[in-house]
Design a protein around this ligand. Structure first.
Ligand SMILES: [Cu+2]
Length: 474
């Protein structure tokens, strides 16, 4: 039975609870409503509705965080929380992130803006936010234990500083960093120049994304956070091919792509069909005399690079990490090299024991992309994705730069596959296009020339060793 004393004690507790809820409701009323995104769609550029104007960026499979202006201060509200991220169609994983997604939303401000960022911690452990690359008061740097107490679960902290220099930045926790970054906690930050800047060119398209990596066993939903090197999902903005949005441009557009690396290894990012220059790093714009053309740039751990080029070649141009294992997905690694191994007899014997067993890899791994083998639930085949000419045999850090003459200036929608002009696609040699008998190869004693002619059925290619015949080198 409840005693009178218990009653008063309980009433006291209840009263205290009401009072604290009322206080926090008042405090929360001063904080901007958190905005939450639940899909992995690429949102179009957020044209600034308030504050000073700028040309907004587009976050691949992501979005920009809206803000409110309060007494001349740009106020944002980040919520650190568990999220569900679709890494590719049909493949959902349980990550930690901000405002409903991993990575968190991109923050865009203008050089000189005073910025106030509320951070609410809905994680089961403490966290903090480090504003990677920014000039700011030391106590706003977000290193828990060193520059601030960590944000306990359930609490909201506030960061405030002036965005002093324009450039490409990111944010991530500096508390139990290994776990929290392996779980997907990170986001992009762009500070636009306040006017014309001698080293920052206006561009027609400005894309941003982060390089991240996960180790998620096929059939499971949560990353293994203790993995140091052997990740099995190499992602852009927590998406893997064929889940990564294409980068779309109108022919002739000046395109900037800003990339930050928060994985545990470097990524040589490569674009086909165009040369680009690195016009900025995490330290700021690169002086013009220090830029050079290239088609691949290595982005080391913790670095940011912004690359720029004129998208003047129409087509569907591959853009990917050049580490070939980073353009592969989870299912199918840790398989021995079976090229040249005749598995037929063995496969039959195993199939007696394991119904449905299939042998793979005797001629390379392309079988993987063709066979549509049943997979454990919630994973992706190692090589996947279909293009207009068949399987792409890709995964991971791969996307397509789609350059089109007819793309509208503000249109970021996928224009579909490129319609190649007639006669511009590599194709099988037919008899009518075999080199004539008078070609230099015909001089070789090992090339009789008997296979040449219009009969495609009879084409035979002879192989000549260097230094044997043909050039008088005996
Ligand atoms: Cu890579």
């Amino acid at each position: 039975m409840t005693s009178r004393r218990d009653f008063f004690r309980n009433a006291g507790i209840a009263g205290a609870a009401v009072a604290s809820a009322a206080v926090s409701r008042v405090a929360l009323a001063a904080i901007p409503e958190p905005v939450v995104e639940t899909t992995a769609d690429t949102r179009g550029p957020l044209v600034p509705p308030t504050g000073r104007p700028y040309n907004p960026v587009v976050t691949l499979n992501g979005w920009t965080l809206p803000w409110r202006m309060k007494d001349g201060v740009k106020e944002f509200h980040l919520v650190a929380e568990p999220v569900v991220r679709e890494m590719a169609p049909g493949f959902k994983v349980h990550l930690w992130g901000y405002n409903g997604q991993s990575p968190g939303p991109t923050i865009e401000v203008v050089e000189g803006d005073r910025v106030r960022i509320y951070v609410t911690n809905r994680l089961p452990e403490r966290t903090s936010v480090h504003w990677h690359g920014q000039r700011l008061p030391n106590g706003m740097d977000g290193v828990s234990g060193l520059t601030q107490p960590a944000i306990p679960p359930g609490k909201t902290f506030v960061y405030e500083f002036v965005a002093r220099r324009p450039g490409t930045f990111m944010y991530h926790p500096h508390a139990d960093e290994m776990t929290q970054m392996a779980m997907g906690m990170m986001g992009f930050w762009v500070t636009h120049p306040k006017g014309r800047h001698p080293l920052i060119a206006p561009v027609d398209r400005d894309y941003v994304f982060l390089l991240n990596a996960y180790d998620i066993d096929p059939g499971s939903y949560t990353p293994k956070t203790m993995t140091m090197l052997d990740f099995n999902l190499w992602s852009w903005n927590s998406r893997v091919f064929p889940g990564i949005a294409p980068l779309v441009a109108r022919q002739g557009d000046r395109v900037r792509i800003r990339i930050g690396n928060l994985t545990m290894t470097n990524h040589p990012i490569h674009i086909h069909g165009h040369e680009f220059e690195v016009t900025g790093t995490d330290g700021g714009p690169v002086p013009k005399g220090a830029r050079w053309p290239e088609v691949t740039t290595d982005i080391a751990v913790g670095q940011m690079r912004q690359i720029e080029f004129i998208a003047d070649e129409e087509g569907d141009w591959a853009m990917h990490c050049h580490k070939s294992h980073h353009t592969m997905n989870a299912m199918g690694h840790d398989v021995p090299n079976l090229i040249g191994v005749d598995q037929r007899g063995l496969a039959e014997r195993i199939a007696d024991l394991v119904p449905g067993y299939m042998a793979m890899g005797s001629q390379g791994m392309a079988d993987m992309a063709d066979m549509k083998m049943p997979l454990p639930e919630n994973t992706l085949p190692m090589m996947t994705g279909d293009g207009p000419f068949g399987p792409l045999e890709m995964g991971g850090m791969f996307s397509v730069l789609k350059v089109r003459r007819g793309q509208k200036a503000d249109d970021y929608t996928d224009p579909g596959w490129f319609d190649h002009p007639p006669g511009t696609v590599a194709s099988e040699v037919d008899g009518s296009r075999v080199p004539p008998a008078s070609s230099p190869a015909a001089d070789s004693p090992t090339s009789s020339g008997e296979a040449h002619g219009s009969d495609a059925e009879g084409v035979e290619v002879h192989v000549r060793r260097p230094g044997v015949g043909g050039h008088g080198q005996h």
